[in-house]
Write a protein that binds this ligand. Structure first.
Ligand code: ADP
Length: 403
């Protein structure tokens, strides 16, 4: 069974074709700058054939046409006919309080995803465009599923998801914590239990997804009990360009001083803050590391803040869990930036975290494994995330249940 996994953004469309019999990626690619001049289409097969072309794509349907052509191409293709694709799985960022699990797509589901656009303006609208374009091209005989970033967090208790503001805003506007990166937290926490050879039900795990966007989740017995992202992916701790949590008064104070509209302030918090805002160097942690090595004090400060805030979240979630069996690091920074992992583990040493420095240095660029010492009471793992595989697995299960 081959499943096409789609991650549609407002101006991009990422895809992966996965052979589910072996759970192997066959090819993956990206359509960039959809609807903007200077479109770029990239496609790469598992055996190393690469297609890279400049092509304008006026909308998501045009992008899907590129994907279809590449999948079937004589030189770069991986299938002979579209009939080989059994089903399509879409990533959807916001499932709100409506979706607690993955679903097969029908008109009602599309409308429900649309109704959640106010909670994820940058994402849900684009997902709907992707789903509709997909239907246009593949027709409705190919089943489609939607897998929500929020659904892993649906098990949070009210004390974790409610904000301390008038209750009526929750009732009127559904203002609450929803979290994000749920598919990643779900994958790495389950994989961690597998690597430990234990039933997830018996484990308390803190998962750290550290990328451009970052979040940390407390997983008790395989279920999320708390997560750092909130109503939107702005909440939590320092990210590439996002502020994470701050005193809400800072927002109104800076707006007044700088004469900013709510939209402009939103841009400051989402696009100009975090590593970029503090360091003044870059939102990319590799650039910040390079600047720090050359003695840039603000680059050092930004990274000190990042490590300090990650440690506080992990420590806090150990308390929320009432113990901890393992900590997992994943995503770009979590999988590669050994100095941050070392600093966080050092900060948590008093709680029983013992990291093996050599293992830590070795576990980079897609390697998976334990980086704690054999006698560490709390295990530490690096687990490359695989959200596409989770989407494909859910899609497969839904399609099989339908038959
Ligand atoms: P996104 O959230 O956009 O998916 P990623 O998970 O790729 O982002 O994470 C991006 C961050 O990870 C950047 O700050 C980058 O510096 C860091 N990163 C990514 N790859 C590496 C690498 N090979 N070595 C060091 N840092 C990396």
């Amino acid at each position: 069974m081959k499943i096409l996994v789609i991650n549609a953004g407002s101006s991009s469309l990422k895809y992966q074709l996965i052979d589910m019999d072996k759970e192997e990626m066959l090819c993956k690619g990206n359509c960039e700058r959809i609807g903007i001049p200077g479109g770029i289409f990239t496609h790469k097969t598992a055996d190393g054939r690469e297609l890279d072309k400049k092509v304008n794509m006026i909308d998501h349907t045009a992008a899907f046409t590129q994907v279809k052509d590449a999948l079937l191409d004589a030189e770069y293709g991986v299938i002979k006919s579209l009939d080989e694709i059994t089903a399509i799985g879409h990533r959807v960022v916001q499932g709100g309080a409506i979706f607690h699990k993955s679903e097969l797509v029908d008109e009602r589901v599309i409308q429900d995803i649309e109704s959640l656009i106010p909670l994820a303006p940058l994402h849900n609208g684009a997902h709907v465009q992707g789903i509709r374009a997909c239907r246009e091209l593949f027709g409705d005989k190919v089943p489609e599923a939607v897998v929500f970033d929020t659904s892993f967090h649906a098990t949070m208790p009210p004390k974790a998801y409610m904000y301390n503001i008038p209750y009526e805003y929750y009732e009127k506007y559904a203002v609450r914590r929803y979290g994000a990166h749920g598919t990643s937290h779900r994958y790495v926490s389950a994989r961690c239990a597998e690597l430990m050879g234990q039933d997830p039900k018996d484990l308390k795990i803190v998962t750290c997804h550290l990328g451009n966007g970052s979040s940390i989740t407390a997983v008790d017995g395989g279920k999320c009990i708390d997560t750092s992202m909130g109503l939107t992916p702005l909440d939590g701790f320092m990210m590439g360009t996002r502020s994470g949590t701050l005193d809400p008064s800072v927002v109104t104070f800076v707006m007044e001083k700088e004469h900013l509209t709510p939209g402009e302030m939103d841009q400051v918090l989402n696009k100009k803050s975090g590593l970029l805002g503090v360091s003044g160097v870059s939102s990319d942690d590799r650039d910040v590391t390079a600047a720090r090595k050359q003695g840039n004090e603000r680059a050092k400060l930004a990274q000190d803040i990042l490590e300090y805030q990650i440690s506080k979240f992990v420590g806090g979630y150990m308390v929320a869990l009432g113990g901890c069996d393992a900590i997992v690091f994943t995503a770009g920074i979590g999988e590669n930036q050994t100095a941050h992992r070392a600093a966080v583990c050092q900060q948590l040493a008093f709680m029983g975290v013992k990291m093996d420095p050599q293992k830590n240095e070795e576990m980079v660029r897609g390697k998976e494994g334990e980086i704690s010492t054999p006698d560490s009471p709390i295990k530490v793992f690096v687990i490359p995330t695989n959200e596409e595989l989770v989407i494909a697995r859910d899609t497969k299960a839904l399609v099989e249940a339908m038959r």
